[in-house]
Design a protein around this ligand. Structure first.
Ligand code: C2E
Ligand code: MG
Ligand code: MG
Length: 591
């Protein structure tokens, strides 16, 4: 019985160990399956970092077969793992903590490198010594490449592939701190293409874009600047010259840039000559932080524009003064409307056939208690750049309509009030609704309002301008193209613009009696307007000779000091009350 029971016990033990073995076998084949099928590469190494096993995924990633590697040191595969990147200290810490992970650059059998994520863990024996290292790799090249693509897009300009403003700031900060340490200079150059907008408007955005790409190439081709050229947007580029010894070095590069850019460009069958204006500021002379240096280089660039374009200018203290003045003007301008510092003066527009006043142009005047009268030629461009022209322009429109409605209610001869519009307002979203509501508020008939828009404003995005002008025209407003002859109107567009009047710029009128070219331009404009069935008004008429020339050419209307300077509204009221006609005696002011 005893024997039997002991043999039964033996059977039970055998059965149990069979189950355990079976379980182990199942587990082992499961692990082998995982080892063979996972997409991560796995290497198992002994304590001396000689490779014992690699899995198929590892072969697929690296191109190495088991034969290539088994029994070899990890050094063969990953020199970096053994010395520099994973140095002695790291291996010691792996041995202590049992794990490590990080990103490394691996090398495939064909010598190609790839980005990998690697985690290493250890297996220890009963005595706590490492007996195996298990390295698990994944190929993260694609993810890394995608990350790099995103980073590239965020930091580069899509059109020219140059660094954008963000990367520029970073590079500039680095250049400044290096130059500070090494006692060197950094030059910041702001480049702005001359008349680019006109080219873009005339030849279209596609040609404009290709021109910008060509200019980017040309700037980058100038020695020393290649790695620090950036496009800030539009036609503005910024170049950083790090590590300069003297300021003169910057001037030498500026001359090279002017030359490189100015050669003829052939784009889609167009031959384009483009030039650029460059402003330069220097670290540490002009400033010690990037923002200021860029601002100062910008101020110097404006100075270069004023100086006739196609030249370079350094930032100076004088420019600094002007820049500070500009900032103070902006601050004052923000409060000018609320503090009732604006008023309108009106300059009569006279019909040359009968001497009657047919309209007035509203001209904005700004009387600041501290600065006195500030001319519109100074503050309007600042208002445009800062966007303040939107509320200011609306105030002008409102006041001009209110005034004309008042004149009409007094029963005076009906005139049209012409209001100047800046390009910014013309592109304002709710522009039409704003005009409608102002006309409605003052019960002014639309024919009592004319809008003066410069050539540049209408030519910028000509198709959109045509749509907007058609709406204004349908409302019954009159539209005049101001400063005509100074922009780049395309005749084919001019024919399609629903405009009423061309206003010949005063720069042509000024010399019509002494300069035969100007005389020819003025009579050509008058003839062209007649063909296009448009009215013509000459502005800036100052002398009897100019007037008689215009009358001879059958110009329709005139405006200028010869008849009257812009006047406060009360004076216009008395002029209209008097029923004044200019035929007998032209100079109203000399009455
Ligand atoms: P603009 O629209 O071409 O106005 C004509 C300018 O020429 C006015 O200068 C006027 O005073 C001046 N002028 C008129 N007749 C003569 C003359 O016989 N000889 C000379 N030498 N000048 C004459 P102002 O008032 O200084 O305005 C300058 C510019 O400022 C205007 O040129 C216009 O572009 C802008 N502006 C004025 N008011 C406004 C406004 O309310 N809104 C906008 N957006 N711009 C305005
Ligand atoms: Mg005007
Ligand atoms: Mg004008």
């Amino acid at each position: 019985m005893q024997d039997l029971s002991s043999s039964n016990q033996q059977i039970d033990l055998d059965a149990a160990s069979n189950v355990v073995r079976q379980k182990k076998d199942t587990q082992l084949s499961l692990f082998a399956h995982i080892f063979d099928r996972v997409k991560e590469g796995i290497i198992v190494m002994d304590a001396d970092k000689f490779m014992l096993f690699i899995n198929p995924a590892f072969s697929a990633i690296t191109g190495y077969s088991a034969n290539d590697l088994i029994g070899k040191s990890l050094q063969l595969l990953h020199p970096g793992l053994m010395d520099d990147t994973l140095n002695y200290e790291t291996w010691r810490s792996i041995d202590e903590t049992g794990r490590w992970q990080g990103e490394l650059v691996g090398r495939r059998k064909n010598e190609e490198s790839y980005d990998e994520h690697l985690s290493i863990s250890t297996m220890k024996n009963e005595r706590g010594e490492v007996s195996y290292y298990i390295c698990v790799f994944s190929d993260i090249s694609e993810r890394k490449a995608a990350e790099e693509r995103v980073a590239y897009v965020v930091l580069h300009d899509f059109l020219t592939n140059l660094p954008n403003g963000l990367l520029l700031q970073d590079r500039l900060a680095q250049a400044i701190s290096r130059a500070g340490r090494e006692n060197r200079k950094v030059a910041v150059m702001c480049l702005d293409l001359d008349h680019f907008k006109a080219i873009n408007d005339m030849l279209g955005h596609l040609v404009g874009d290709k021109l910008l790409q060509e200019v980017a190439r040309r700037i980058s081709s100038v020695g020393r600047v290649s790695d620090t050229v950036s496009r800030r947007g539009g036609d503005e580029f910024v170049v950083i010259l790090p590590d300069l010894e003297t300021v003169d070095d910057a001037a030498v590069i500026a001359v090279k840039l002017l030359e490189a850019i100015s050669g003829l460009c052939k784009i889609d069958g167009n031959e384009i000559e483009i030039t650029t204006s460059i402003g330069i500021s220097i670290f540490p002379e002009d400033g010690c932080d990037g923002d200021h240096l860029i601002k100062y280089a910008d101020a110097a660039m404006y100075h270069a524009k004023k100086n006739g374009r196609n030249n370079y200018q350094f930032f100076t203290n004088e420019l600094n003064k002007l820049a500070l003045e500009r900032i103070s003007t902006i601050q004052k301008l923000r409060h000018a409307e609320g503090r009732q510092e604006f008023c309108l003066h009106y300059q009569p527009q006279v019909d040359l056939r009968n001497g009657r006043i047919i309209g007035v142009e509203a001209l904005l005047r700004w009387n600041n208690p501290e600065a006195g009268m500030i001319p519109p030629g100074y503050f309007i461009p600042i208002a445009e750049e800062t966007g303040l022209i939107i509320p200011i322009g609306e105030w002008v429109l409102r006041e001009a309509c209110r005034q004309n409605s008042e004149w009409r209610m007094l029963g005076l001869p009906e005139i049209t009030v012409a209001v100047n519009l800046s390009a910014v307002q013309f592109r304002q979203n709710n522009f039409i609704e704003m005009i409608q509501s102002v006309l409605c508020e003052y019960s002014l008939e639309p024919s009592g309002l004319a809008l003066e828009i410069t050539e540049g404003a209408v030519m910028h995005n000509a198709e959109a301008s045509i749509a907007l002008l058609l709406e204004l025209k349908a409302m019954g407003l009159q539209i005049a193209v101001d400063d005509f002859g100074t922009g780049y109107s395309s005749l084919s567009y001019l024919k399609r613009f629903p405009i009423d009047k061309l206003k010949i710029d005063q720069s042509f009128v000024r010399d019509i009696t002494v300069d035969s070219d100007d005389a020819a331009i003025v009579s050509t404009i008058i003839n062209m307007a007649r063909t296009l069935k448009l009215k013509v008004i000459a502005e800036g008429v100052e002398t009897a000779e100019q007037l008689s020339f215009l009358k001879n050419q059958e110009c329709d209307e005139m405006q200028g000091y010869y008849f009257s300077k812009p006047m406060p509204p009360e004076k216009i009221t008395s002029l209209l009350v008097s029923g004044y006609e200019a035929d007998s005696q032209w100079s109203y002011e000399s009455q």
